[in-house]
Design a protein around this ligand. Sequence first.
Ligand code: UTP
Length: 408
Amino acid sequence: MTLAQAKEKLEKYGQQHLLKYYEELTAEGKEALLDQIEATDMEVLKSCKHREELAKKGVITPLAAMQLSEIKENRDSFTATGLEAIRAGKVGAVLLAGGMGTRLGSDNPKGMFNVGLTRELYIFECIIHNLLDVVRQADAWVHLFVMTSDKNHDATVRFLKEHEFFGYQEEYVHFFTQEMAAATDYEGRIYLEEKGKLSTSPNGNGGWFVSLKKAGLLELVHSRGIEWLNVFAVDNVLQRIADPCFVGATIQKNCDVGAKVVKKNAPDERVGVICLEDGRPSIVEYYELTQELMEAKDENGDPAYYFGVILNYLFRVAELEQILEKRLPLHIVEKKIPYLNESGELVKPDSPNGYKYENLVLDMIHQMNSCLPFEVEREKEFAPIKNMTGIDSVESARALLQKNGVKL
Ligand code: UTP
């Protein structure tokens, strides 16, 4: 893009300030900035003026989950079906590790966090060990796709290589990077993080399938005959991945997606709840749950919106390909964004100062025709690490790991 073209684009979107330091840059710096201006989607930034409208939901009704008792009765049959699919190479796993982990406050990728007390035990290590349990049970390797972002890719790859993938076979690990999105102030004006660099952050975990395709990995998915992709978050150290029973249940119920869910521990717990929206599977975020929905009961007298998602979904690949072209809703989230102030100095704010623009994997559920919510025991499978202390923290995850017999 030429300088004239960049000026034209910036004027259209009211972003002319991004060229404030242009003349101070080196020739390469100028080119890099123009490239970034060309690549940045500025159309989406307008949405920050009507954030509330973006969040509008359709009509919410309950979606029954397959509960522990039913799973127990059918465990052998589901597990046999799941193991058969895994042995046939039909199941791959996708680790979403592109997030910034800002709440945890470490500069390293979250997976590099050491949860050990008397020994080293990294988050990545916990996850890989959990997957290795299935590899041993099935006596077959599962392809593991790891999504990183520009901000943490090199550190993630270096770390896993240094640790020899914690015993995972390297040829079954495939990295790809997600897209970035510009970060803005409350008026939608993009921040600069350097004189020649727009402030960007990973664009949310919803773009994972598009990014996987862009990286050329969909060809591998096809050539290896992978029909199901189990997407999961980096921060749940008890996460069971490619769980044969879950895989088998989703296959037997012929659903486009399976979603692991847990019983909420309080009506207002901060987890998204599985439901139907206008008759299709969907997830309502905890902040979208009205008092009425929180108090609604099903025919057994249990809360009608009782099951929270834990970011562990098993998608049918053929169905994902159907929705490749469909846009996901935009989430505009208030965050702390480092920026250059008027004097050109970098400021790291202590409180939120603008918006990040994200797509979320949970919105992909609404694009699927059918979903199996599959209940798991939270004490055994849900130990998310978002913060250092308190709820969903290093502290709470350590306690749960110990409860599950993991030496720290
Ligand atoms: P979170 O929503 O907890 O975000 O991610 P985060 O960036 O890790 O943490 P905070 O909010 O800054 O503290 C849930 C999962 O989605 C992944 C994360 O790595 C985590 O596994 N994720 C999130 C991505 O892969 N890309 C993103 O852009 C955002």
